[in-house]
Design a protein around this ligand. Structure first.
Ligand code: DC
Length: 229
């Protein structure tokens, strides 16, 4: 089987990361969560006081963007990657509502996208990578051999995120999460730079009614077809 590039795009909270992570582990590929990179930049901005409520000091961020280094370190206990911001583990801190409610603002800034896309392309130079996000099949790896576009209803996605936060013992309000999911869908689809859209050659997967196991089997099948072809 040849080594390929796998791009998994789709709406927020539709289980892209879980499926991409599991697939990568199963087939021995590197997994990169590109959303985590936008989240890490957002956390950096919050911690450096670059936000005034939901307004970002774009000029200050432009000056600092070269100082923001994002990498991933494998957690020896789980075998899963954890996001590092300038050498510090921020995996848990980038998943809070505070970051979720601001990340779309950061992801809509053109110079942030240019910087992160360049890093992502470098990470995927040798193929053998599964990357998930919003613009992987359209902008980051337009030549990817396998592109999947995942979707599920906003209510189902909000429910999944609600359970996730509850399991972590974090404060969770379903209506607030649903509003956040819808708001992010809107911003992601209508932003001027790299809006979320399905690449013409991406395979559509609506996983509203699929179990994780069913989804996994489907995905492995798509991988086999693409890597053998
Ligand atoms: O997948 P996620 O929820 O962790 O993504 C966080 C945010 O980053 C989301 O609002 C969309 C944005 N994003 C993006 O614009 N491009 C990507 N390749 C990945 C994420």
């Amino acid at each position: 089987m040849k080594k390929i590039t796998i791009a998994i795009d789709g709406f927020s909270s539709c289980g892209k990361s879980t499926m991409a992570k599991d697939l990568a582990r199963e087939i021995g590929y590197i997994y990169i969560d590109s959303g985590a990179m936008y989240r890490a930049v957002t956390l950096y901005c919050i911690e450096k006081g670059l936000f005034n409520d939901k307004k970002i000091d774009t000029e200050k961020l432009r000056e600092e963007i070269a100082n923001i280094h994002i990498s991933f370190a494998l957690d020896p206990a789980t075998g899963r990657p954890r996001t590092q911001l300038n050498g510090t583990d921020v995996e848990d801190r980038i998943r809070t509502m505070e970051v979720s409610s601001r990340v779309s603002i950061i992801a809509a800034i053109d110079f942030v996208r240019t910087a992160l896309v360049a890093q992502q392309q470098k990470m995927g130079k040798s193929k053998g990578i599964v990357m998930d996000g919003r613009d992987i099949g359209t902008t980051v790896f337009p030549d990817a051999e396998l592109k999947i576009f995942v979707t599920a209803s906003a209510e189902i996605r909000a429910e999944r995120r609600y359970k996730e936060l509850q399991e972590k013992g974090e404060k969770a309000d379903f209506e607030e999460i649903l509003a956040n999911v819808k708001e992010r869908d809107h911003i992601d689809q209508t932003r001027a730079v790299s809006p979320l859209r399905r690449a013409e050659d991406a395979i559509l997967l609506d996983n509203s009614q699929l179990t994780i196991a069913e989804q996994k089997a489907w995905l492995i099948e798509q991988y086999r077809k693409a890597a053998e072809g």
